[in-house]
Structures are given as C-alpha cells and as structure tokens.
Design a protein around this ligand. Structure first.
Ligand SMILES: [Zn+2]
Length: 146
C-alpha cells in the first residue's frame, strides 16, 4: 500500500495537529502551523490531494478566494495582524498556503521568511509563547463559530 502524504494524513485525521482544524469549508480547512510556534501562523490546505491552484475545480477556485478572504480577515479582526505574507510552494506535495504574520521582531522581505520561521522554531518553543499560540487558536475558533 502506498503511504499517504502528510497533507492527506492531516485531512483524514490520522496525523493530529495542535489545535485541530480552526475552520473549514467544503473543500478547504485551516490550522495553526504545527511545527512553528508563531502565534496566528495559519496554513490553509485543500481536502483533496493536489499541488497547484490550476488543479482546482471551478467550485474549488471560487470557494478558495472566499476562504482565503475569511481567514485573512479573521487574522486582522481577531488577532490584530496588520501584515501577512502568503506563500505556496507547488513542489511541496499537498496543496497548502502559508499565511505568515509579520511581527516587529521579524526581518522584512520574502528572502527573510525562512529565517524568521527557523528563528521561531529554534527559539520560541517556550511555555509562555505556546500559551499565546493556543490562545490565538481559541480566539479564531470562537470567531468562526460566530
Ligand atoms: Zn495529499
């Protein structure tokens, strides 16, 4: 049997992520990045295995723009995140888009995005910061429940 990709395992629930799904639509859902402890660092993923936006069905591509809008708006309205970088790597396997919040401690520019992420991975896995990460997950869940 062929092993499912990580993205498919998250979608079918066999790979658990911290906080679980924050919000979902018919074809997409969003989680807090479970490797990187940056509060409000969101990952939108497709439920179906694909790599690129040009593989979206018509229904998926219409739904995606609304979904992206809703998640970005929630980041601003609930978490007061003023600046976000959107990143999607088509060579990473299962379709997912990073919504990386930019905080004051981060170096600006897409060339620094990976450095900022690595800094958080190596230095921010503290009890206090994880409380903040989890608080953001809860606030977003409450917002989407409405
Ligand atoms: Zn997959």
């Amino acid at each position: 049997m062929i092993k499912k990709c990580d993205g498919c395992q998250i979608q079918d629930g066999s790979l658990k992520v911290n906080g679980g799904f924050i919000y979902e639509s018919k074809h997409f859902n969003v989680v807090q990045d479970f490797m990187i402890p940056i509060p409000g660092f969101m990952i939108i993923a497709s439920k179906r295995h694909m790599r690129s936006v040009d593989e979206f069905t018509e229904e998926e591509h219409k739904e995606f723009s609304t979904f992206l809008y809703e998640v970005r708006k929630a980041m601003r309205d609930v978490l007061d995140i003023q600046n976000v970088y959107l990143i999607q790597e088509e060579d990473s396997g299962h379709f997912h888009m990073w919504l990386l919040p930019m905080y004051d401690w981060m170096k600006k520019g897409i060339a620094n995005a990976r450095k900022n992420i690595n800094y958080a991975r190596d230095n921010m896995n503290t009890e206090e910061n994880m409380k903040e990460v989890n608080k953001c997950i809860q606030k977003l869940k409450e917002y989407f429940i409405g």
